[in-house]
Design a protein. Sequence first.
Length: 99
Amino acid sequence: MAAQAQSAGMALYGYFDHTSGFDGSTPMRRVQAAGMNPLSVAENIAAGQQTPAEVVQGWLKSPGHCRNIMGDFTRIGLSYVNRPGTTYGRYWTQVFARL
């Protein structure tokens, strides 16, 4: 749910940021709103890439994003929203949590 909220928010409200341009929520708040009480949270976002492989390749080339992927988390959520006619068209979110 947290990843879906972020991808949908970026697509619907035209922002590309970890802080929601719609309601000001952060990755931690979105995970908590999904009913979890995590010890830590991380989030990778991407926009405009056409395929999952392209998104993951970009994340793995980025030290910060790669650190999230390889991190010590116990839960993961993934989301993709396609909204033609927007700035990026495709919005991707990967959320990590440690419970």
